[in-house]
Write a protein that binds this ligand. Structure first.
Ligand code: HEC
Ligand code: HEC
Length: 186
C-alpha cells in the first residue's frame, strides 16, 4: 500500500470505529466486528444484568424476538413470571423492556440471533428460549438424565451451567461442558 493510501485507510478506519461507538448495531459496527457477530450480542445494560440476573442467567435479548419480549416484559405478565413474582417499578420496567425490545433477535445482526429470528418468523412469540425451534433442535439429542436428572443443571433453561461462555453471548459447541458429564459428546 502506498503511504497516501495507508493514511486514507487509517482515517476511514477511525471514522468507522467512531461511528460504531455511537450506534453499536450500525452497519459499520457490524462490518468491522464480523467475527464477534457470529454469536449473540452480550448484555451491556447494567440494570438489565442486575434485575434479570437475580433468579437465573440474564438471557441476552437476542435470544428471543421482540414480540416475545413484549409479552414477557409488562407489569401484568411479570406478576406471574413462570410462577414467580418478578415485578419492577415503572421506570425500571420501562428501561428493561426497551433494552430487550431494541436488542431482540429480529433486530440483531448477530448470526445466532438471525437464526432465532428465522425460526420464529411466522409471527410466533415463544415465552421460552427453550421453545424456539432452533434451540430445541440443537439440544434434542441430549438425554434427560444429564439435564433434568443432573443436580448441577436441573433445567435446559440454565444455559450457563453447560455453556461456559454464555455470559459473553457465546454458545458454540466448543465451549460446552456439561457438569458431571464432562466427556459427553453426541
Ligand atoms: C423472582 C425471580 C425472577 C426474576 C427477577 C426474573 N425471572 Fe425470569 N424466570 C424465573 C423463573 C422461575 C423462570 C422459569 C425457570 C425454569 O423453568 O427453569 C424464569 C424463566 C425466564 C425465561 C424463560 C427461559 C426458558 O427459555 O426456559 C425468560 C426468557 C426469562 N425468565 C426472562 C427474564 C427477564 C428478561 C427478567 C428481567 C426482567 C427476568 N426473567 C427476571 C424467575 C425470575
Ligand atoms: C445440559 C447442558 C445444556 C444446557 C442447560 C443448555 N445447552 Fe445449549 N447446548 C448444549 C450442548 C451439549 C450443545 C451441543 C450440541 C451438539 O453437539 O450438537 C448445545 C448447543 C447449543 C447451541 C448451538 C451451538 C452450535 O455451535 O451450533 C446453542 C445456540 C445453544 N446450545 C444455546 C443454549 C441456550 C440459549 C441455552 C439456555 C436457554 C442452552 N443452550 C442450554 C448443552 C446445553
Amino acid at each position: 500500500m502506498s503511504k497516501k493510501l495507508k493514511v486514507v485507510a487509517l482515517l476511514a478506519g477511525t471514522l468507522i470505529v467512531n461511528g460504531a461507538a455511537l450506534a453499536e448495531e450500525s452497519f459499520g459496527g457490524w462490518l468491522i466486528n464480523f467475527d464477534r457477530t457470529k454469536e449473540v450480542k452480550p448484555v451491556t445494560d447494567k440494570r438489565y444484568l442486575k434485575e434479570c440476573g437475580e433468579c437465573h442467567f440474564a438471557y441476552q435479548p437476542g435470544l428471543l424476538p421482540a414480540r416475545s419480549w413484549e409479552k414477557l416484559l409488562n407489569a401484568d405478565a411479570l406478576k406471574n413470571h413462570f410462577g414467580d413474582n418478578a415485578e419492577f417499578d415503572k421506570d425500571t420496567l420501562q428501561a428493561i423492556h426497551d433494552y430487550a425490545v431494541e436488542n431482540a433477535a429480529d433486530k440483531s445482526f448477530y448470526k445466532r440471533s438471525r437464526k432465532i429470528a428465522l425460526a420464529t418468523a411466522e409471527g410466533e412469540a415463544p415465552l421460552r428460549i427453550t421453545e424456539v425451534r432452533y434451540i430445541k433442535r440443537k439440544h434434542k439429542d441430549i438425554p434427560e438424565k444429564i439435564v433434568k436428572g443432573n443436580k448441577d443443571v436441573k433445567s435446559l433453561s440454565n444455559c450457563n451451567k453447560c455453556h461456559t461462555q454464555a455470559d459473553k453471548g457465546v454458545f458454540d459447541n466448543d465451549t460446552v461442558s456439561i457438569p458431571n458429564y464432562p466427556d459427553w459428546d453426541n
